[in-house]
Design a protein around this ligand. Structure first.
Ligand SMILES: [Mg+2]
Length: 311
């Protein structure tokens, strides 16, 4: 029996991404007047309903790699193929590519050096471009010691985002997802992730950027204080806030898109977690049926669960 969790995660990412694609960069005040309520199309990128973007594409590249084991060079090759050939794109071409991803893909293409040295590592390179593709790593690191989990996730981030802040955001996100995979509620997964992350990383200077998350009170923020930007910390906060404020997949994913701004990435980040929290069956059927390459995504999920021996 293929893992429902792996299917849920990959489909949740793609659905959240696709919900956001037509509305990317739209200001919040506009969405407050006319909220998104379903799977629209066209809009910002002029793509049909159900078209997902780089967030899902790069998550699927990681899932493909993990079907064959943990191999950064293999992942680097797939990321380059995505950018150059349209590998694992919804409709044959990459679009909406972030600056840091673009620059690191150029470095990965050159083939020089270790793939983990390709990622940019200046403070201003802390976009959400590694966070948005890291969720499949949760299935690979599950059951490994905490230090090894953190090391692997940081290395996966480093292909495009090598700054410690982006790495730590990926680590928090994956640890939160692992909590959901053990059956914890979002509130409980958040509480445990905060305690464990604080005890392991409080000594690192970068952890101060996680102050709002580590306060354990993110769910108490008002919507106006949640920023849906491309900055990795704000994207992570936004996705966690949407999940913690919602009781089902539909409301979590729509809350993410209706924040405006980086709608597709916050949608993907929220969608992946929400699908793990509320289950595969919580993803609305009409959204799944609109999704580009749905059968391919299910096939990838089933291959990943078989490769990792996940029931
Ligand atoms: Mg995108």
């Amino acid at each position: 029996m293929p893992s429902r969790n792996v299917r849920a995660a990959l489909l949740g990412i793609a659905v959240g991404d696709a919900l956001g694609v037509p509305h990317e960069l739209r200001p919040r005040y506009e969405l407050e007047r006319h909220p998104v309520s379903g799977m629209d199309g066209w809009g910002t990128w002029n793509r049909p309903p159900g078209t997902w973007s780089d967030d899902a594409s790069l998550s699927f590249c990681l899932a493909e790699t993990l079907c064959r084991g943990y191999d950064l060079r293999d992942l680097a090759d797939r990321i380059v193929r995505w950018r150059v050939e349209g590998y694992w794109t919804a409709d044959g071409a990459a679009f909406s590519v972030g600056r840091a991803v673009e620059e690191s893909v150029a470095r990965l293409r050159s083939g020089a050096g270790h793939p983990a040295s390709a990622g940019l590592r200046r403070e201003r390179d802390n976009g959400n471009g590694s966070l948005m593709r890291v969720l499949p790593a949760a299935f690979y690191v599950r059951g490994r010691p905490a230090e090894e989990r953190a090391w692997i996730v940081a290395e996966i981030s480093s292909l495009t985002h090598g700054h410690r802040r982006a790495q730590l955001a990926c680590i928090f996100y994956v640890e939160f997802a692992l909590g959901l995979l053990t059956g914890r509620s979002p509130a409980e997964a958040y509480r445990v992730a905060v305690v464990e992350f604080s005890s392991r990383f409080a000594g690192e200077a970068e952890s101060r950027h996680f102050e709002r998350i580590l306060s354990g009170k993110l769910q108490k923020l008002q919507r106006k204080d949640v920023v849906s930007s491309g900055y990795v910390i704000e994207s992570l906060e936004a996705a966690l806030w949407c999940l913690l404020a919602s009781g089902d997949f539909r409301s979590a994913a729509l809350a993410a898109v209706n924040l405006g701004g980086d709608t597709d990435t916050v949608g993907a980040l929220t969608g992946g977690l929400a699908a793990l929290a509320f289950g595969l069956e919580s993803i609305p059927a009409e959204w799944l049926s609109a999704l580009a390459r749905r059968d391919d995504i299910v096939d990838l999920a089933d291959r990943l669960s078989a490769a990792l021996g996940i029931e």
